[in-house]
Design a protein around this ligand. Structure first.
Ligand code: SF4
Ligand code: SF4
Length: 368
């Protein structure tokens, strides 16, 4: 089986070759130029950042891509789906406000934003895929209905999947709220009563009203109502809600691969990852910690699995970011596993290859 090409350019710049110019060259070499975009609805799937997080993709990069799509006659729009957890992107109105606040608008980027799963996150298409874990995938309708999919991903760590790259952006990110519930459903938390102080923060934030405080002022989760969104884990300052991790990272990674397959199967797609500001956490958090490696560069491919493999390898080969969570004795080996020992990102890559989403073997083509 021949390997997939992943095109890469590093962070070095000079007069006449700044990062935006290098990005344009990268996208042309990687094949964007050869795509038939004329008159096509082109979904540019990206994460526009939770307010407070500054590691998300700069709108300037999206602007280059949007201009190139327009030059080829395409009709680009930026898009993402609403979140399951109660941040500031859980409905389309709040989500659009965040997009504006973070610079994703017609003036800065050159096109509009469409929240793919609508006002309340329930506008979806159920795509039949009949894979190992998901018979169908519930994809935000604006993404499902687009003619062409281009993922523009920020490559960084993730506490459930190991890292977030192209597959996470495509799979989890394109799932409607209902689709996200399906992907998370294997990681229901339980509350360690010894750690719970009964503050009620999780009760107030659970979107499914699945948590109550019992007579002893301890949080208790009704597993029948819980959708595994992880919000209680995120808001508890005492580490009381705990996820049974055995197998759950693997299952979520596999479901994400199946959802990503649903998003791009049967239509042209192209994938870009920016390996910079590689924070240990996802851009869904309202903060970003010290990057785990120095900025590495930009990569693009027609194969999202190969792209994620290349990005993970580049990060793992890089030196550890000074002062980052990895800059301590004993943290060595795979950087994502070192940060999140209970995750296994390779399970997503293996599954992605198995279901025909892409290839793990890649050839890295370095551009100046
Ligand atoms: S947020 Fe944490 S400490 Fe507070 S009630 Fe919930 S589980 Fe208990
Ligand atoms: S109990 Fe379940 S549904 Fe509620 S916040 Fe926690 S993970 Fe989400």
């Amino acid at each position: 089986m021949a390997s997939s090409k992943v095109y890469f350019t590093d962070m070095h710049t000079c007069q006449g070759s700044n990062l935006l110019q290098k990005m344009e060259k990268l996208l042309r070499k990687a094949g964007l130029d050869k795509m038939d975009l004329d008159g096509k609805m082109v979904a540019v799937k990206l994460h526009m950042g939770e307010p407070g997080n500054l590691a998300y993709i700069r709108p300037n990069f999206a602007a280059v891509l949007v201009r190139m799509i327009k030059e080829k006659g395409g009709k680009p729009f930026l898009t993402d789906c609403n979140t399951l957890y109660r941040g500031k992107r859980a409905n389309a109105v709040d989500h659009l406000n965040v997009a504006m606040e973070n610079g994703f608008n017609r003036i800065a980027v050159g096109c509009d934003v469409i929240i793919a799963d609508g006002l309340w996150g329930n506008e979806q298409r159920e795509i039949l895929i009949e894979k190992e874990l998901c018979r169908t995938a519930k994809i935000g309708s604006a993404i499902a209905d687009a003619d062409v999919i281009i993922s523009l991903s920020h490559f960084k760590g993730h506490d459930l999947t190991g890292f977030g790259g192209a597959l996470k952006n495509l799979g989890m990110g394109s799932g409607s709220r209902c689709g996200k519930m399906e992907m998370h459903a294997s990681s229901h938390p339980t509350v360690d009563a010894k750690k719970c102080v009964g503050c009620g923060q999780c009760v107030r934030n659970c979107p499914e009203k699945a948590i109550v405080l019992n007579a002893k002022k301890k949080a208790v989760i009704d597993q029948a109502l819980c959708v595994g969104c992880g919000q209680c884990v995120a808001v508890c300052r005492y580490g009381a809600p705990e996820v049974e991790w055995e197998g759950s990272s693997e299952i979520v990674n596999k479901k994400i691969a199946e959802y990503a397959y649903a998003v791009i199967s049967g239509k042209p797609s192209f994938h870009i990852s920016l390996i910079m500001d590689v924070s240990p956490n996802c851009d869904c958090w309202p903060f970003n910690d010290v990057p785990i490696v120095p900025d590495i560069g930009l990569a693009a491919s027609k194969d999202p699995v190969a792209l994620d493999m290349a990005c993970a390898t580049l990060v793992n080969e890089a030196s550890v970011g000074k002062g980052s969570v990895l800059d301590v004795k004993g943290k060595k080996g795979d950087k994502f596993k070192a940060i999140y020992p209970n995750t296994d990102w390779m399970t997503g890559m293996d599954h992605g290859q198995r279901i025909g989403l892409g290839k793990k073997d890649y050839e890295l083509v370095r551009l100046k």
